[in-house]
Ligand binder design. Structure first.
Ligand code: GCU
Length: 337
């Protein structure tokens, strides 16, 4: 199955690069809009994108045909960001974590223990005065961020023992997302960071190349990680949003009235995805606990917070541009706690 998926992915990706899939992205009369992501077809993100497909085709169906490709069919997130930059595809969902390698200011939302609560996280991400300066600053990188999606809270989960404190991470190889901030976070927490793409994690866990990973609860069920990892510890180290990015030229070439409809569509994705999110997490937790035998632990977070604190300082020192955003986030933290 995995080999088949890899062959299919490679074939699709090269077809896209050479424009042979549908004659350079357009049929006789309609422009095909391709959107890639790395989640399953049951995931809130896929459901949000299907709502977008329906909306755009209802409003602009004579001109556009939207195709949503789930499950890394168009490659890993890094591959998909590159395909979006060149315009081989039009949109993809990327974790904010990997975007920092394409545009440094995205570092901000990768900081561990940045948000004091989910309320503060949601309020910051909904504040366009904060996000616009980032989302609209990537023209040179060939993409624009058009909306954010919830990806919950990231926590450690492991094969052989629960993580009760940073000491428990010592000597363990933990998969992290491919971002310098994440690698540094793992170093500060005492574990050994093993960066890799999301699609590689299940096999790496199964074959014991890694001892654990970190993610929201859906990774246990949707991606089967709970089949191998039986301990999930709520250290709550990050709330890293997913970001829908679009090819810069495609977006700026849209006529004004079309762009307005697309903007409405982007809001709809965010709304539908977030409505689905809470119940999806509850269902995942229930299934992991009752069908997969995963134990959920609630360690004292303070030692994790303390270990990660130097990362705030070093990232802000290395990138003064993001200091005003950091300060605005602290105001939300104070207000919403
Ligand atoms: C979450 C997130 C994805 C990301 C994945 C990962 O599932 O929603 O965008 O790719 O974590 O850990 O790589």
């Amino acid at each position: 199955m995995k080999v088949f998926k890899k062959i299919l992915t490679a074939a699709l990706a090269s077809a896209l690069c050479f424009g042979v899939l549908t004659g350079c992205g357009s049929t006789e009369s309609k422009r095909i809009i391709r959107i890639g992501h790395n989640q399953s077809q049951e995931h809130p993100t896929h459901i949000g994108l299907l709502a977008f497909e329906e909306f755009i085709e209802e409003k602009l169906g004579d001109k556009y045909d939207v195709e949503v490709y789930p499950s890394e069919l168009l490659g890993s997130q890094t591959d998909m960001v590159q395909l979006t930059q060149t315009g081989a595809i039009d949109f993809c969902v990327a974790s904010n974590a990997i975007l920092e390698t394409f545009s440094k200011n995205y570092e901000i939302f990768n900081l561990p223990y940045l948000f004091a609560s989910s309320e503060s996280y949601h309020a910051v991400m909904d504040d366009t005065e904060i996000t616009d300066q980032l989302f609209k600053s990537t023209e040179k990188a060939g993409f624009e961020s058009v909306t954010w999606l919830d990806a919950g809270t990231r926590n450690f989960y492991t094969v052989s023992k629960p993580i009760e404190s940073p000491e428990d991470l010592k000597g363990l190889k933990i998969r992290v997302q491919q971002s310098p901030t994440n690698v540094e976070m793992m170093r500060l927490l005492g574990g050994s960071a093993t960066p890799m793409g999301f699609g590689e994690v299940y096999t790496a866990l199964q074959s014991k190349i890694i001892d654990g990973a970190e993610n929201n609860e859906l990774a246990l069920t949707d991606n089967g990680h709970g089949e191998v990892c039986k301990y999930y510890s709520y250290d709550m180290h990050q709330m890293v949003p997913d970001i829908l990015i679009g090819n810069y030229s495609f977006l700026s070439d849209l006529q004004e009235d079309e762009r307005e409809i697309f903007e409405e569509g982007f809001k709809l994705i965010n709304q539908v995805q977030r409505e689905e999110w809470t119940s999806a997490v509850e269902a995942a937790k229930d299934r992991a606990q009752n069908e997969m035998g995963v134990t959920f632990n609630y360690p004292d977070q303070q030692p994790f917070v303390d270990a990660c604190a130097p990362l705030h300082e070093s990232v802000l020192e290395g990138n003064p541009d993001i200091v005003p955003i950091y300060e605005a986030i602290q105001e939300y933290n104070e207000k919403l706690g």
